[in-house]
Every structure is written in C-alpha cells, then in structure tokens.
Design a protein around this ligand. Structure first.
Ligand code: FES
Ligand code: FES
Length: 231
C-alpha cells in the first residue's frame, strides 16, 4: 500500500470511527444491548455470589445451634453379637453399615476386599454359617447371631490352610486382589464337596471374578486339595 492510499484508508477509518461515536448503528445498538445484558448479568451474578456466601453461614449457624453433625447422630444403631473367626463381638453398629465395613473398619480385618461394592465381583466374599456371602451387600445387622469366617480365619496357629498352600504352589494369586474371595468360596465348596470335579469348582467359583483371568490356576489349586477338605 503506497502512502496516498494508506492516508486515504486512515481518513476513512477516522471517519467511520467518528460516525460510530455520534450515531448508533444497528450493530452498535445490539452491542449496547449486549453490554446492558452483560452488566445486568454481572450484577445478578454478584448478588448470587453474595447469597451463595451467606447460605452456608446460615446453615452453619443452624448446625452449631443444634448439632454439628445431626445426620450422623441420628443414624439408627442396633446392638448385635457376631462371632468372627471364633471370637464373639458384642457391639453396637449403625444400621447402614455393611458387613464388610464392620469387618474392615471396626474389627480391623482387612482381608476381604472391596472390588465393585455392588455384588458383582466376589472380592468381598466371607462365609456366614459356612455359606459364601458378599459382605459388601450384607448389612452388619443381618449377621447378628451368626458365625462369620474371613480369610484371616483360614490359617491355624500361623499355618496356612491346605487350600492356601495349594494356591501358592499353583500360582493361583496373580495380583491377589480376588484371592481372599476365591479362597472363601473354595473353602465352602470343599467343606461340602471334598472331591469336586473341575466343573464343580468352576460352578462354585462363578461368583468370584478374577481380573487377571487366572482361572485355570485357581481351579487346579482347588482340585489339588481334593480329599483334604481344604483345611
Ligand atoms: S465388592 Fe462385593 S461383590 Fe464386589
Ligand atoms: S489374581 Fe488378580 S484379580 Fe485375581
């Protein structure tokens, strides 16, 4: 662009600028409308922010006047008696606690794992009166008066059970996360059927998923304990 053309371009630009400041085009009016809307929006947002800041304070005052955590204090509790691995526990539990929560968080037995927490994977399996149950889907109050066996209860005097030893010898645990649940289901099977076939083992362990897909080794380990009852 030569100098004369640049000069003409700048004059036209100044002219346009002057025009827009003295007379509003439809575009300007629309822009102004947007500005007003934006100002109104920002004003409204500010008011909303103030309200948002005050609401928790009011709620906090209410809580401080009554109870810091009323939602916890108001939870129904029930006195229960559960025998876990041969030891009786007489205690009070919140009605909403699962058996797994009771075992892991309140008895300190962390052997039963939480995989899905919704009755799908079997990692939380424990035995209730000898039968496998998903402890994530069993309330602690439902176990009142029952006997619970967890993976910690399989060993005796520091010795692993025959089934646990077979698991090690057959490399049944890979990451090991499903192992406690597999052991409990297999223990229940061997208790009732000391010499299961491979298909019977697969059927009994169908509710225990292994993300490492080590199913063949797990079945081999259970079969290897045939006749021992797994104890
Ligand atoms: S954690 Fe209980 S079934 Fe998966
Ligand atoms: S060994 Fe890893 S999930 Fe079964």
């Amino acid at each position: 662009m030569n100098n004369s053309r640049r000069s003409g371009f700048m004059k036209q630009k100044r002219k346009n600028h002057g025009h827009s400041s003295s007379k509003k085009t439809a575009s300007d009016q629309q822009q102004e409308g947007n500005d007003v809307t934006r100002r109104e929006f920002l004003g409204g947002t500010g008011a909303t922010l103030v309200a948002a800041n005050t609401l928790p304070l009011r709620a906090q005052e209410t809580r401080e006047g009554v109870d810091i955590e009323p939602e916890v204090a108001d939870v129904p509790r029930t006195a229960i008696s559960i025998t876990v691995n041969g030891t009786e526990h007489r205690t009070e539990v919140e009605d909403r606690w699962t058996l797994n929560e009771f075992l892991r968080d309140h008895v300190g037995l962390t052997g039963s794992k939480i995989g899905c927490n919704r009755g799908e994977c079997g990692a939380c399996t424990v035995l209730m009166d000898g039968a496998p149950v998903y402890s994530c889907s069993t309330l602690a109050v439902w176990a009142d008066g029952h006997e619970i066996l967890t993976v910690e209860g399989l060993e005796e005097d520091g010795e692993l059970s025959t089934l646990q030893q077979a698991f090690m010898e057959h490399n049944a645990p890979q990451c090991g996360f499903c192992t406690p649940g597999q052991l409990m289901s297999a223990t229940a099977l061997l208790e009732n059927n000391p010499q299961p076939t491979a298909d019977e083992v697969r059927h009994a362990l169908a509710g225990n998923l292994c993300r490492c897909s080590n199913y063949n080794a797990i079945v081999e380990a259970v079969i290897a304990t045939a006749g021992t009852g797994g104890a």
